[in-house]
Every structure is written in structure tokens, then in C-alpha cells.
Design a protein around this ligand. Structure first.
Ligand code: EPU
Length: 424
């Protein structure tokens, strides 16, 4: 198992090129199951979850050709599509569940394993009830046996109006893609997630001829079409990788030019970084950010659906709040117990107490290098940032979590001055 050996403290300076978004690419790749014609997807990040999704598509009969150092793929449908999505492929990646709806939509049947993925919600796990209940409403029947969802539909899935009882990124994406080829009247989805990655999916499908309209802030209307057209599409830049590097610059008194991402999409995060004293200049698809001499505290961050502060940047901001000049709080509203990184940050000297979904962070921490262990993808990013800011040597283990979602993180960090090395 690989580890990162990090010597700190370092000040990060230079240019970083942001990769394609994992969380936008995964649903787009799953939705290629809806196509009869070939699809070209560009700007794919070279991360483990994308490989897993491509292997899943291969196991379902898609033909995959790689170009441009695996950043571009051409996916063509096989003559004999399969409809069995195995546990071995879904156990490490929750987004694997997104093949279920497209398979039922195209083949009228599917046997799909329950998915795995990062453990973010303690004992509550990561349920898929919102996906299954909504798919049932548009005509999917299913039963669960031995960890698998046996699903089918009588003919095509059927347009219907439904409201999600709570907002879910994955369930919204799943229902949009499953409704694109539906029969009958329009599908109207209310209380949808409107994360940029959801909009990238609808953009992709619309460019391929799907009839999708946003008819209210959180209401999406889909009118089924008979088929989708051949398309070449470039995935948006990674919002969370961008946020991670913005925190890195702020944390280390750094000076980074972050390229390949539209800054308008992370206004909430950038406004908070300005409050800490960072100097930020915005350009088209670029952010120039300089960290302050002393990091001012942010009193309270509350994670929320898009528009609000993203849960996927919470661990990285917690590191910043540890270094800031006073006490602050984080309330985690999306995954109530997503605080596994807090325990490990304490090994580096942080003072954090957790009560239910609220973390209180003392501030004024001088991190000291130590051995720490990643528990999930964004936790691993947080630990790497803290180790770069820490005095002395740190070892961050279980970096396979990081490899699921950050492309070449150590190369990108090394290029801007971090002393980081992969060892095993
Ligand atoms: N939820 C349910 N039932 C469901 C689905 C979700 O109760 O059927 C709950 C979840 O347990 C959670 C909340 O609803 O408490 C929101 O979950 P959501 O469905 O929005 O999350 P997701 O689609 O599983 C995506 C990202 C996550 C990101 C969340 C929230 C992908 C592949 N994953 O997950 O990204 O944290 O949205 O923004 O897009 C990451 O990249 O590190 C990551 C975990």
C-alpha cells in the first residue's frame, strides 16, 4: 500500500493545471450506456474511480478505446450488451449504481450490486433509497437478493412527475439519465440537486439530442426521445481539486495560479478564503491566489447543497481553520459524521472537538509532522495539506483513497514546491 512521505513546512508557489472533474465524468460515463452510436469523452481525469467505471462499462459489453494518454476515450456499444454489474466492480465506488437506471432503460433489465465507496456517514451508511424509490415511480420493478438489485421494466421507462423527498446529487443524475429515452408524457423532477456536475451531465445529454429543460431552480423536465446522437464532449474541470489547491495556497502563505477552472462555480469557497486574508484575482478559467501572512478565522462554516459550502471541501477547510487565529466551528449537514480526518489532524497537533454534526476547532495550531492515516478521499487531501504545513516529516498512509479522485496529486504538489514522495 502506497504512502506519502512529506517534509514541511513548504510555501507553495507556481502554476497548477486542474484536471477534469471525477464527479462530473462518472455519471456522464454511466449514461453512455444509453447510446447506440459511439461517444467520445475528453478531459477525463486519470484517477482510479474513472478506471473502475470504464472497467464496469467494459464488463457490460461497451468497447473502450483510449487516446491522448487515457484522457480521451471512445465508447461504442457492443452488439450483445450485458446487464450484470458485479459486486467486485461496485464495492469500491458508489457511483457504480448509476448504471442501474440506464441498463433498465436500454435493456429493460439489470442485476446490479449494491455499491460501496467512501464511508462518510458512520452507521447510517450511504443509502440508495432515493434512487430506487424514484426509479420505481418511472416504471422500474425490483427486488433485492443477496446484495444485488434485480430490476426490470415492462417496455420503456415511463415519464412521470415526482419530487425527491430530499436533495441528492446521485439520485438526481440517475433519474435524469434514466428518463432521457422514456415513453409517454414528460418526466418532471422536483427538488433536484443543481451541483455543477449535474448541469454538466444535462449539458452532455442535451448536446446528444436529449430533451431536458430546467423549468425552475430545482425542477428539471425531460421529454423522452427515441435515441441519442453521436457526440464528442469535454468534461468540466474539477471543482473540489480547485478548492483543494486554493486552500493549499492560503494555508502555506503560497502564491498559486490555478488554471483550467471557471472561478464563478466556487464563489462561496473563494469568498470564505478572502475572509481569511487571501488575495484573490479571478480570470476566465484561472484563479490567482496568494495566502496571507496570518490566517484570519472563519467563525462558522455550514456545509450545504450547491450554492452553499460543499461537504467535499470541508476537511480541507478544517485544516485552514486549525491554523487560523481563533476558534471556529463547522457544521456538517450533508454527511452528518464526516469527521474522520479530525482525529488524524489531532495527531499532527490540531485541537478539535466533535459533538454530533458539529466540530469546534481551537485555531492557532502549529502542526508538527507525524504518521497519519487517510480514511476517505477528501480526508486524505486534508491530511496531505496539513503535512505540507507541518514542521518535520509526516507519513500519510492509505493514499489509495486519494488516488480514487486526485490525478497525480504528488506531481502537482511537487511542481509548486511541496516536498512529497510516494513510498510503499
Ligand atoms: N442520501 C440518502 N439516500 C439516497 C441518496 C443519498 O439518504 O438514496 C443521503 C446521503 O446519505 C447524504 C445526502 O443524501 O446524506 C446527500 O448525498 P448525495 O446523494 O447528494 O451524494 P452522492 O451522490 O452519493 C455525490 C458526490 C460526493 C459528494 C456528494 C454531496 C459523486 C460521485 N459523489 O455523492 O463526492 O460528497 O455528492 O455533494 O458525485 C467525493 O468526491 O469525495 C464525494 C464523496
Amino acid at each position: 500500500m502506497d504512502k506519502f512521505l512529506i517534509k514541511g513546512p513548504s510555501t507553495l508557489k507556481g502554476e497548477v493545471l486542474i484536471s477534469g472533474s471525477k464527479n462530473a465524468a462518472l455519471p456522464i460515463l454511466a449514461s453512455t450506456l444509453l447510446f447506440d452510436k459511439p461517444v467520445v469523452i475528453k478531459n477525463l481525469p486519470r484517477v482510479r474511480d474513472i478506471n473502475t467505471m470504464l472497467n464496469l462499462l467494459k464488463s457490460l459489453g461497451s468497447k473502450i478505446e483510449f487516446f491522448d494518454n487515457r484522457k480521451k476515450v471512445r465508447i461504442s456499444k457492443s452488439k450483445k450488451p450485458k446487464y450484470f454489474a458485479s459486486y467486485s466492480l461496485l464495492k469500491t465506488m458508489r457511483a457504480g449504481i448509476l448504471v442501474l437506471g440506464p441498463l433498465v432503460s436500454k435493456c429493460q433489465k439489470s442485476i446490479t450490486s449494491f455499491p460501496g465507496g467512501c464511508v462518510l456517514n458512520g452507521n447510517s451508511g450511504r443509502p440508495i433509497n432515493l434512487h430506487l424509490n424514484a426509479l420505481e415511480k418511472i416504471g422500474m420493478k425490483y427486488e433485492i437478493k443477496k446484495g444485488y438489485i434485480y430490476a426490470r421494466s415492462k417496455g420503456n421507462l415511463k415519464g412521470k412527475s415526482l419530487k425527491f423527498p430530499s436533495i441528492s446529487v446521485g439520485a438526481t443524475q440517475h433519474l435524469i439519465m434514466s428518463s432521457v429515452l422514456s415513453d409517454g408524457k414528460a418526466t418532471t423532477l422536483k427538488n433536484c440537486a443543481i451541483e455543477p456536475e449535474v448541469l454538466d451531465l444535462t449539458n452532455f445529454l442535451k448536446n446528444a439530442g436529449a430533451n431536458i429543460k430546467w423549468i425552475g431552480k430545482r425542477t428539471c423536465q425531460i421529454i423522452g426521445v427515441n435515441s441519442l446522437n453521436e457526440i464528442s464532449y469535454s468534461v468540466m474541470g474539477d471543482r473540489i481539486e480547485t478548492g483543494t489547491f486554493c486552500v493549499a495556497a492560503t494555508l502555506t502563505k503560497g502564491n498559486l495560479l490555478i488554471k483550467g477552472f471557471d472561478p464563478k462555480l466556487i464563489k462561496t469557497e473563494l469568498d470564505l478564503l478572502k475572509k481569511t486574508g487571501a488575495t484573490i484575482r479571478l480570470f476566465k478559467d484561472q484563479i490567482h491566489i496568494k495566502g496571507p501572512k496570518k490566517i484570519k478565522k472563519i467563525s462558522h462554516i455550514k456545509t450545504k447543497e450547491y450554492g452553499g459550502f460543499p461537504t467535499d471541501c470541508q476537511p480541507q477547510f478544517m485544516v485552514l481553520m486549525c491554523k487560523a487565529n481563533g476558534k471556529s466551528e463547522i457544521t456538517e449537514n450533508i454527511f452528518k459524521s464526516r469527521f474522520m480526518h479530525a482525529m488524524e489532524l489531532q495527531r499532527l497537533g490540531a485541537k478539535i472537538s466533535i459533538k454530533n454534526s458539529k466540530a469546534t476547532i481551537e485555531g492557532n495550531t502549529n502542526f508538527i509532522g507525524a504518521e497519519v492515516m487517510s480514511s476517505d478521499l477528501r480526508a486524505s487531501a486534508a491530511l496531505i495539506l496539513a503535512a505540507i504545513a507541518a514542521k518535520g516529516t509526516s507519513i500519510v498512509s492509505r493514499v489509495y483513497h486519494c488516488d480514487r479522485g486526485y490525478e497525480n496529486i504528488e506531481k502537482k504538489l511537487k511542481k509548486v514546491g511541496a516536498k512529497i514522495r510516494r513510498v510503499n
